[in-house]
Design a protein around this ligand. Structure first.
Ligand code: FDA
Ligand code: NAD
Length: 435
């Protein structure tokens, strides 16, 4: 029994990081039967970002198998057959409910025990729920969260059932803005509610946010800022009917979508492994405090070499790169070798309607907003922001940038050149082109 469930490598979690780790293992000479991926989800690893974007579109919606990893970064698509061909066990629909790092065993909800030599923790995050804040009526039907494909399927079903109804989106972060746009594209009457004075508060400067807020308003989306939902009322069928806000307003709703943040899934390992800043603490090779146990993606709090601090990053680019780094580190250590520490340049992006932005680096210091003067005839909005900290350009944001310009801002954020505010204002987009 034990032999059957014994693997050289086990990855717990079958999301983005797991998929990219599997590909890297094969590049490093993985042998059949050595690797198992155990996932609570019923499908092979896929590019999660699609769920809040094209998965929800009314026409030509993206569906599996088209967005299995590693297509999101331009790589070969890893279909279930690929794992079979490589001798990788894809153990789907299987939740791990217990981990004993001392005995190197993990146990599934159905009581199956798996043993490993090396474990990679890639459990990602879960959506924070409104009932965690004690919001009344938050368990009414048609209140949705969005994390996994099964959540997205339920939302799609409701979009189809309640065509062109009223949607209330709670949260003004990544999910809020992306799903708000998707609901509007589906013809819903959309209201968005968030507590901050402007959307995407943790990244956008007020100037950046005011562009998107105006754009959303022009699309007919109502933005209700500086307040939160305090209760829901359901009709006799249990379906949500109204949303009560702290400011006294009451909104009618056929569908509510909530995006109030994520929480890394570390509970299985509590007390067994060192944690920091809400995540599992790792070094620059994604090794945890326990030998032979690695953590990657959303759950890892790792040394951000560029900024000399420890951070957790909840974005897909880091999920991919941290997974590859951990696998390289594992195989190098087996050969008695070592590799360079992770040296990550933060990269975030998003898309709404016809808009598309990219951000690289750190959004600290003074934001310097600029509009495009290079290509003023462009019909697409084009603008950006540089962040100056201690005289250096440490972060850069572009809406509507070309591939070349986006590469330019990545370079700037990496090199952190010294620049004066007035110079940056004058150069604007041109600086990204010249970089
Ligand atoms: P990920 O969440 O991908 O995978 C974790 C896996 O572990 C899941 O399959 C889960 O079921 C499984 N699991 C958890 N606990 C388990 C257990 N006990 N037993 C078995 N399996 C378990 N980022 C970005 O940069 N750009 C974008 O546009 C988007 N868009 C986006 C949309 C939506 C809807 C979400 C939810 C997230 C994004 N992100 C994003 C964030 C990005 O998707 C995220 O950072 C990565 O998916 C993280 O990868 P991980 O592999 O760490 O977790
Ligand atoms: P988030 O942290 O981006 O945004 C949370 C938002 O919730 C805040 O901006 C705030 O407006 C709001 N909020 C907090 N408490 C609230 C309350 N009580 N009532 C109303 N609003 C409240 O988190 P998210 O948008 O839920 O995204 C979840 C995860 O998915 C994150 O890890 C995120 O990085 C990831 N994600 C990333 C992308 C992307 O990178 N493009 C897209 C979608 C999701």
């Amino acid at each position: 029994f034990f032999e059957e469930n014994h693997f050289k490598y086990i990855i717990v979690g079958g999301g983005v990081a797991a998929g990219y780790a599997a590909r890297e293992f094969t590049r490093q000479g993985l042998q059949p039967g050595e690797l198992a991926i155990i996932s609570k989800e019923g499908v092979a690893p896929y590019e999660r970002p699609a769920l809040s974007k094209s998965y929800l579109f009314p026409n030509e919606a993206t569906r599996l198998p088209s967005f299995h990893v590693c297509v999101g970064s331009g790589g070969e698509r890893l279909l279930p057959e690929w794992y079979k061909k490589k001798g990788i066990e894809l153990i789907l629909g299987t939740e791990i409910v217990k981990a004993d790092l001392a005995s190197k065993t993990i146990t599934s909800a159905s009581g199956k025990i798996f043993r490993y030599q090396t474990l990679i923790i890639a459990t990602g995050s879960e959506a924070i729920k409104l009932k965690d804040f004690g919001v009344q009526g938050a368990d009414a039907k048609s209140i949705f969260y969005l994390r996994e494909i099964s959540d997205a399927d339920k939302l799609v079903e409701a979009i189809e059932a309640k065509q062109k109804g009223k949607a209330v989106v709670i949260g003004g972060g990544y999910i809020g803005l992306e799903v708000g746009a998707a609901m509007r594209i589906n013809g819903f009457d959309v209201s968005m509610v968030y507590p901050e004075p402007w959307c995407m508060n943790r990244l956008f400067s007020p100037d950046i946010a005011s562009f998107y807020e105006e754009y959303y308003s022009n699309k007919g989306i109502k933005l209700i800022k500086g307040t939160v939902a305090v209760g829901f009322e359901a009709g006799p069928n249990g379906e949500v009917k109204t949303v009560k806000l702290k400011n006294g307003q009451v909104l009618q709703a056929d569908i509510v979508v909530v995006g109030v943040g994520g929480r890394p899934l570390t509970t299985l390992f509590k007390g067994q492994v060192e944690e920091e800043k809400g995540g599992i603490k790792t070094d620059g090779l994604f090794r945890t405090s326990v030998p032979d146990v690695y953590a990657v993606g959303d759950v890892a709090t790792f040394p951000m070499k560029m900024y000399k601090d420890m951070r957790r990053v909840e974005h897909v680019d880091h999920a991919r790169k941290s997974a590859e780094q951990a696998v390289k580190a594992i195989t190098a250590s087996e050969d008695g070798k070592s590799i360079e520490e992770y040296d990550y340049l933060p990269f975030f992006y998003s898309r709404y309607f016809d808009l598309s932005w990219c951000f690289y680096g750190d959004n600290v210091g003074e934001p310097v907003f600029f509009k495009d003067t290079v290509n003023a005839t462009s019909t697409k909005p084009r603008f950006g922001t540089y962040w100056i900290h201690n005289g250096k350009v440490v972060g850069a944001f572009l809406e509507g940038g070309t591939a070349e310009e986006n590469t330019g801002i990545a370079k700037i954020a990496r090199l952190q050149p010294e620049k004066k505010k007035e110079e940056l204002e004058k150069l604007g987009m041109l600086y990204a082109r010249l970089a």
